[in-house]
Design a protein around this ligand. Structure first.
Ligand code: ZN
Length: 287
């Protein structure tokens, strides 16, 4: 059932668990995530980056596929289709395409411009029944081979952005996208606590969920994190299972080259990763 993410995240906040956002890249990804959420009776958020949207030929294609698949599979758990790290233009395009949720990432603008653009997009999103996420403090990650450490968001700026009427807030607390480097210092719980205290109990979002130790995930949830983004981990498990299939020579046996066979181990691996995360985040049976 396609819905916006507002209610599922308010319920998660009040129930002290988190809803997983799993990014999609194609049909197999989408199907694996939807089936696993349904099996575990969990709400779920399908994340679509601007790059993945482009790869799938545009946000309209993505929205049409997700809507049709949700119906065809008889999915009854709440599913939000969410733009991940949207630009100003991308956010507008997703509203028009039929997404149910958007993130506007204005973290690279100065705070005045982030405020102005977020304000405009909050009105647009809410007029169309979508939920909206905004970001303060950039999330680190690999760019041109250099792994940037995440910024720690300023609680006063978080309060300012949260006060604009957004539905959930991504705040940098030392989390980064992609694999965590060996010298990573961990999440800054002191900062998280201050941000939570300054933002009127708004559901908080933890980006870069791949590779954060379980105890840190649980502590983050206890401090107000209600949405956790997972992207790289599904990519790693898909690639690993696909590599094993090919290394075992299975694509050369019988009709093992059939894409429905070739992609099956990867799709199953995504399911296993999503299942593990839903159980860790505590959202199973919360649909
Ligand atoms: Zn992110």
């Amino acid at each position: 059932m396609l819905v916006n993410a507002t209610n599922m995240l308010l319920k998660a906040r009040d129930g002290h668990y988190a809803v997983g956002q799993f990014n999609i890249n194609n049909l197999e990804w989408t199907k694996s995530i939807l089936l696993t959420a349904q099996e575990l009776n969990s709400p779920v958020i399908l994340g679509v980056s601007e790059g993945a949207g482009k790869y799938m030929t545009g946000f309209k294609t993505v929205a049409a596929m997700v809507k049709a698949m949700d119906e065809s599979l008889g999915i009854t758990v709440p599913v939000a289709l969410h733009l991940d790290h949207g630009t100003y233009e991308g956010a507008k395009a997703c509203v028009a395409a039929g997404f149910t949720s958007i993130m506007f990432d204005g973290s690279h603008y100065d705070i005045e411009e982030n405020v102005a653009k977020t304000t405009e997009l909050v009105a647009l999103a809410h007029d169309h029944g979508l939920s909206i996420e905004a970001e303060v403090g950039s999330i680190g990650g690999e760019e041109d081979g250099v792994v940037g450490m995440g910024e720690i968001a300023d609680p006063a700026q978080c309060a300012m952005i949260a006060g604009l009427g957004i539905d959930f807030l991504a705040a940098g607390i030392g989390n980064i996208h992609g694999k965590y480097p060996a010298n990573w210092k961990g999440l800054d719980f002191d900062a998280l606590d201050k941000i939570h205290g300054a933002t009127n109990n708004i559901p908080l979002v933890l980006h870069g969920g791949t590779g954060i130790p379980e105890d840190m995930i649980k502590k983050a949830i206890s401090l107000g994190v209600s949405k956790i983004n997972v992207n790289t981990e599904c990519q790693l498990s898909f690639a690993d299972a696909t590599r094993k299939y090919i290394e075992a020579g299975k694509d050369l046996q019988g009709k093992g080259f059939d894409p429905r066979k070739l992609l099956a181990p990867g799709a199953e691996a995504i399911k296993a990763t999503v299942r593990e995360k839903i159980e860790l985040f505590g959202s199973a049976n919360k649909a």
